[in-house]
Design a protein around this ligand. Structure first.
Ligand SMILES: Cc1cc2nc3c(=O)[nH]c(=O)nc-3n(C[C@H](O)[C@H](O)[C@H](O)COP(=O)(O)O)c2cc1C
Ligand SMILES: Nc1ncnc2c1ncn2[C@@H]1O[C@H](COP(=O)(O)OP(=O)(O)OP(=O)(O)O)[C@@H](O)[C@H]1O
Length: 305
């Protein structure tokens, strides 16, 4: 998959495009992604057009937390069979672009769009004036086919990135899995920890997620870790390890059942299945170990292993 980021200087030929923020790549988004990958049969390139936001949201000045980082999004889109991911700079200039100009300059001239699919509430351009009606009006003029998808719902609730972010923040991981159509995960390179874990019989893989990455509340989770395409069950702690001295950054630490190879430097994916408990401060390492033994038993029962 080609990744075009941070530049408005690109040119594609014959593309099938979907547009939006696509944070989470949830079940609703997947409907659109399936539509554009279907167009590959007709010789079109499957392209996802997203905006790259600065860590600080231009509109609210608050730091935005995202379900997936840019890098994670790329991994998932590659798995879905996309040809191109565009991460277009979201600047003052882009934000104030008239929607007609966006269609002409970006969709037609830069992307040569022959097929466009968006959700029914999709808005774009200055003051979000561009919408599906406008895209339809220009379809014949520029010769593209437009498909509009009704918002996907689950139990009469609309699926959106914002509602998924809310559920992640509450630690409702089973609900998150339902809405995403896959478990929420953190991907990254395994870093060296303080090597205390192994002294109490719990060696762990350490990930330090980017600041922008939204995480579920600190605590312990049932997890599955994917390493080189193979899935390993385990239990994961999210937090600052207060018992052994608070770490400066938040960590995602996983104890894998029945795995004892060296993982330092490997790129892994840790998926969160169920929240077990909050992160606690124990009086000693022995007390922490006793609780981790209980976590381990619960985890083994969960996976029936
Ligand atoms: C399943 C699990 C549960 C954990 N629970 C806690 C906890 O409740 N409180 C805490 O301070 N640390 C907790 N930790 C983190 C441990 O403090 C940490 O794994 C240990 O200090 C080893 O860190 P190291 O990898 O840097 O050596 C937990 C870790 C795991 C894997
Ligand atoms: N539930 C859904 N069903 C079908 N299409 C959707 C759904 N949610 C979003 N889309 C479409 O997917 C594209 C990307 O959506 P986008 O990520 O911008 O919005 P969102 O998922 O609703 O997130 P937010 O909650 O931040 O508004 C848009 O074309 C949008 O209309």
């Amino acid at each position: 998959m080609e990744y075009i980021a941070g530049t408005a200087d690109f040119h594609l030929e014959k593309s099938a495009v979907t547009l939006g923020k696509f944070d989470g790549l949830h079940l609703g988004h997947q409907l659109l992604l399936n539509k554009i990958t279907e167009q590959k049969k007709k010789g079109l390139k499957a392209v996802v057009f997203t905006f790259f936001y600065h860590p600080v949201n231009l509109l609210s000045d608050r730091e935005m937390e995202l379900i997936y980082t840019e890098e994670e999004k790329q991994h998932i889109l590659r798995e879905y069979g996309l040809d191109v991911m565009i991460s277009f700079p979201f600047t003052e200039e882009t934000r104030s672009m008239e929607p007609e100009k966006f269609i002409e300059d970006i969709l037609i001239h830069k992307m040569d769009a022959k097929y466009i699919v968006v959700g029914s509430d999709f808005c774009f351009g200055r003051n979000r004036r561009g919408n599906t009606k406008m895209l339809q009006e220009y379809a014949d003029i520029y010769g593209y086919e437009l498909e509009i998808i009704e918002k996907k719902t689950i139990e009469s609730e609309e699926i959106s990135s914002s509602c998924i972010r809310e559920q992640i923040s509450k630690g409702n991981m089973e609900k998150v899995t339902k809405l995403l159509g896959r478990s929420f995960s953190v991907m990254g390179e395994v870093l060296h920890g303080r090597k205390i874990g192994r002294t109490i019989g719990f060696p762990t893989t350490n990930l330090i997620p980017e600041k922008q990455k939204l995480l579920p509340p600190d605590g312990v989770y049932i997890s599955i870790t994917t390493i080189d395409g193979v899935e390993y069950p385990g239990i994961t702690n999210v937090g600052h390890n207060p018992t052994v001295g608070v770490t400066p950054e938040k960590r995602v630490e996983t104890y894998l059942f029945d795995y004892d190879n060296d993982l330092y430097g490997k790129y892994i994916q840790v998926s969160f299945l169920e929240r077990m408990r909050g992160e606690e401060v124990f009086g000693s390492l022995e007390e922490l170990k006793a609780q981790m033994d209980k976590d381990l038993m619960y985890g083994r029962e969960y996976f029936k292993i």
